[in-house]
Design a protein around this ligand. Structure first.
Ligand SMILES: Cc1cc2nc3c(=O)[nH]c(=O)nc-3n(C[C@H](O)[C@H](O)[C@H](O)COP(=O)(O)OP(=O)(O)OC[C@H]3O[C@@H](n4cnc5c(N)ncnc54)[C@H](O)[C@@H]3O)c2cc1C
Length: 442
């Protein structure tokens, strides 16, 4: 008997783990553990936690529709594993790899626990387009790619020679066990999963985007008022749709290069997190002591007096969504103009973003804050007013999220309010000075 544990792979077809189980021909028990550490701080009430639990609910329904049971429990993964291995004749635990420091440590403990019970522990790669070890062999490079552009070229090359196609294995091909497990009280969920609506389906979104929008994505993606991006990411970060499927289907469409480039971006950050030893500790490597949290509250409440920043924070707080261009404006404004440590913004996004992903969020925040190898130069401080006028020329986005400004003219609407907390020109000059020192402190 095998035990398969779902993580950021909340779907029932095209999973590396399902291929593996199918090949063994063995029966399997399927489990999803709600980890108190990952839900800490009331995250189940925040957008990112709600998105996760809605996808868990959807996954449970998908299992039920196929006449199978997905065991869902709440508890320390190690203790849950100990219990289930004690109760059931399991000879192998199968999971997908994740590369955050927490996930690596968790999996080390799970492996130890499996060892203690005499069960094998198999980690498979599922959530990237490339298999990193094979990619490293392919590049023949001593070291890893630190900059996106050469990585991207090699990535395309690699995939053209080593395709990673969609798998045809689905839950229908597996032999799921119907053994009942008597879960003790301590593993019961502290909330009702039924209180969460099942997440919507990613397939129609992908279908619509590829049929109607992908060819214009490169030209239009930054025009956030019309938002021509796919909106798929809240599904992608939880593996409700596989990146293989996104890549394969996009490859068949004319003009999809720019969108596929974004998939490469995602792989790039995941790859950095594996190879860059400082990825999760840059805040300790640089001297950030000159930064402070003076303006942090005004930023997250959307009370800075810079209309596009306040509108985007209001949208984030209310919906959990924020377009990529607005994330850049907002993150640069916080880290540069307001001279606030990037980690505060990063943690705020952790709670608020529907599509929060630890590795990708961090990589993008560091890019905006000019930290790490692949980042904006320290003197790059985008001007939110000119960007707002460029990408939302009519001011529609601002009017939608800041209705109190709806009567302002097109000329006025993008401008800082009289009570803006900083002067853009002066704060830009100060930021350049400060960040020059920070990048030199490494
Ligand atoms: C400060 C900041 C924080 C961010 N935090 C996150 C986060 O927590 N989780 C997250 O997945 N993305 C994050 N991003 C990246 C990006 O904003 C989102 O991936 C994008 O907005 C998703 O929009 P979409 O669903 O319309 O995808 P599309 O624009 O249609 O893109 C398709 C896919 O490409 C990938 N992608 C797109 N842009 C990026 C990017 N800049 N970096 C890496 N992958 C990308 C995503 O996987 C996405 O599903 C952040 C960006 C910034 C600037």
């Amino acid at each position: 008997m095998k035990l398969f544990i779902h993580r950021k792979d909340l779907r029932i077809h095209d999973l590396a783990g399902f291929d593996y189980l199918h090949e063994t021909g063995a029966e399997s028990i399927h489990l999803l553990i709600l980890d108190p550490f990952l839900l800490r701080g009331g995250r189940e009430k925040e957008h990112s936690g709600r998105n996760f639990l809605q996808h868990v609910r959807r996954l449970k329904q998908l299992y039920e529709q196929h006449g199978h049971q997905l065991h869902i429990v709440y508890g320390e993964p190690e203790q849950v594993l100990d219990y289930v291995l004690e109760q059931q004749p399991i000879d192998e635990v199968v999971v997908h790899r994740d590369f955050t420091p927490y996930a690596k440590e968790r999996d080390r403990k799970l492996r130890q626990m499996a060892d203690q019970h005499g069960a094998a522990f198999t980690l498979l790669v599922d959530h990237m387009m490339i298999h990193v070890e094979h990619f490293a062999e392919f590049t023949g490079k001593d070291g890893y790619y630190k900059i996106f552009a050469p990585f991207h070229r090699k990535w395309l090359d690699f995939l053209s020679q080593h395709p990673n196609p969609v798998s045809s294995t689905s839950i229908k091909e597996l032999k799921l066990s119907s053994r009942a497990i008597d879960w003790p009280e301590r593993f019961q969920l502290p909330f009702q999963l039924e209180d969460y609506e099942p997440a919507g389906e990613p397939a129609p979104l992908l279908q619509h985007f590829l049929a109607k929008q992908v060819a214009d994505y490169g030209e239009e993606r930054d025009y956030y008022a019309i938002d021509p991006s796919s909106g798929l990411n809240p599904h992608v970060v939880l593996g409700a749709v596989s990146v293989r499927e996104m890549y394969d289907r996009a490859s068949l469409e004319q003009g999809s290069e720019e969108w596929i480039r974004q998939i490469a971006f995602r792989d790039f950050y995941l790859y950095q997190a594996i190879y860059d030893e400082d990825y999760f500790r840059y805040e300790k490597r640089y001297d950030l002591s000159g930064l402070d949290d003076r303006y942090f509250e005004a930023w997250y409440k959307g009370e800075t007096g810079i209309p596009v920043i306040d509108a985007s924070m209001r949208q984030l707080n209310e919906t959990g969504r924020m377009h990529n261009r607005l994330r850049i404006l907002s993150a640069m404004f916080l880290t540069k103009n307001l001279q606030c440590p990037f980690t505060l913004g990063e943690q705020y996004f952790r709670r608020k973003l529907l599509d929060y992903d630890n590795i990708i969020n961090r990589g993008n925040w560091m890019w905006c804050a000019s930290l790490g190898a692949n980042s904006a130069p320290y003197f790059r401080v985008v001007n939110p007013v000119t960007q707002s006028a460029k990408y939302d020329p009519e001011g529609d986005y601002i009017r939608q999220w800041l209705p109190e400004l709806k009567d302002l003219s097109i000329k006025e609407i993008h401008q800082p309010r009289p009570d803006a907390i900083v002067d853009l020109k002066r704060s830009r000059a100060a930021a350049i000075e400060t960040y020059k020192g920070i990048v030199q402190s490494l």
